[in-house]
Design a binder for this molecule. Structure first.
Ligand code: GUN
Ligand code: FE
Length: 423
């Protein structure tokens, strides 16, 4: 039967935000693409299921990347001496303008999709560029890969460069509708998400039109929020009627009141903005590697966790240079230590359990019942071979800790999404 099988291995997943379940040499059961949970033995009901023997390998839920720019993958690691706005103008916008050319787009997107496929990530929310045709090309490649993704054609009608900006709000709206018409019914696992790049790139006229599209098409939304102090000062000038940066989206219903929304960064969100994020259930994509590279700052994730915000992790390629969400987990812990030491000693560093939760269930919630092996969760799993760096005498918890800090994609040996084996 399809998508019915049992994995035998060393199984780890979050029990709660603060606790980890670790089961050595146990059985994880997948029925019709859904987890039945972890068992000591195989009950009669499942005795016909094939057993995949991954003994001594670590099995974890697939990791979730809530924020990544596909067209920035092939130039990551450039311009890391700049801050956000200079970096966008000098490197990012000229690079993204090349995605007008489908041959260029195909070569770069193939590389991105292939590397994502063989990483520990099973689901992602992705920015493309403003170009409709290359966005569809990216979506075709992602669908073929078996991953589950949201992809956004980017909207930008101001403050771009000559070669990367839509003519006006009307053109941005009509291109968005053309994109949605062309992909209608085309995919099973690849979904559109509205993507105003950030407030400096979108006039109020465009935001209002996107708010209408969101309602009509019932689409989720993704964007950037309060990443960098110069950006925030600019938004204050560009959007004087907004009570905070978040309000510049909320005024147009692009902040979670009608549909699920992801806002990347929230490094400098004010109390008012934090309240709005919480009330609207907006998902914060915490991108610690990017926040380090672009000197953006440290998001107060301990505070957000205590206050019950929805939070996941994002690679934010190419602000971030690593696709790996394990790497984002260790970076999240490391930056939280500096926040505690240098900014506010009331907010203790994140634990391994918390960082792992953020990269699995935290972001997984955006996709539904995703990020755990508890009964009824969608069956997304990755199998890690840690024999390369394994030492005797370690608990499974310690092996996972080392995997978070030092593993890379070479150690990811199998991947399952919704019960289908990807490799
Ligand atoms: N804000 C607007 N666009 C971008 C982008 O491409 N990367 C990052 N990190 N922040 C942005
Ligand atoms: Fe980003």
């Amino acid at each position: 039967m399809k998508n019915n099988f049992i994995i035998k291995g060393d199984i780890c997943y979050s029990k709660s935000q603060n606790e980890l379940n670790t089961f050595e040499d146990k059985y994880l059961i997948c029925k019709d693409g859904i987890s039945m949970g972890v068992f000591d033995e195989i009950f009669a009901e499942y005795k016909d299921f094939e057993v995949l023997d991954y003994s001594n390998k670590i099995v974890v839920p697939g990791l979730i990347d809530l924020h990544v720019h596909a067209p920035q993958y092939t130039y990551r690691g450039l311009g890391m001496d700049l801050e956000l706005l200079e970096w966008l103008n000098t490197y990012t916008f000229p690079e993204e303008s090349k995605y007008q050319d489908l041959t260029y787009a195909k070569k770069s997107y193939e590389k991105f999709v292939n590397d994502l496929k063989f990483s520990s990530t099973t689901r992602a929310s992705i920015f493309s560029t403003l170009h409709v045709d290359s966005t569809i090309l990216l979506m075709d490649l992602l669908e073929e890969s078996g991953m589950v993704t949201y992809v956004g054609k980017v909207n930008m009608d101001r403050n771009g460069i000559d070669t990367l900006q839509e003519k006006d709000a009307a053109e941005s709206e009509s291109e968005t509708k053309r994109w949605l018409a062309e992909i209608k019914g085309r995919y099973k696992n690849t979904f559109p998400i509205l993507t105003p790049r950030f407030t400096p790139s979108c006039t109020d006229d465009l935001m209002a039109r996107l708010g209408e599209i969101e309602k009509e098409y019932k689409l989720p939304v993704q964007s950037h929020l309060s990443e960098n102090q110069s950006e925030i000062a600019w938004v204050k000038k560009l959007s004087p009627k907004s009570t905070c940066y978040g309000d510049s989206y909320d005024r147009f219903h692009l902040f979670g009141d009608f549909s699920k929304t992801i806002m990347a960064h929230c490094v400098w969100s004010t109390e008012e903005e934090q309240k709005l994020l919480r009330e609207r259930g907006v998902f914060i994509a915490h991108c610690p590697n990017s926040n380090l590279n672009l000197s953006s700052g440290i998001a107060p994730i301990r505070k957000y966790l205590e206050e019950g915000q929805n939070i996941g992790l994002g690679s934010d390629i190419a602000g971030g240079i690593h696709l790996s969400i394990f790497k984002q987990m260790s970076d999240a812990i490391q930056v939280s230590k500096m926040y505690w030491r240098l900014v506010d000693n009331d907010f203790l560093p994140l634990t391994i359990e918390e960082a792992f939760y953020l990269g699995t269930i935290g972001g997984g919630k955006f996709f539904g019942n995703v990020g755990s092996f508890d009964k009824d969760f969608e069956f997304d799993a990755v199998v890690i071979d840690d024999s390369d760096y394994r030492r005797d005498g370690l608990t499974l918890h310690q092996r996972l800790e080392r995997t978070i800090y030092i593993s890379d994609d070479r150690h990811v040996i199998h991947k399952f999404i919704q019960g289908s084996k990807i490799f």
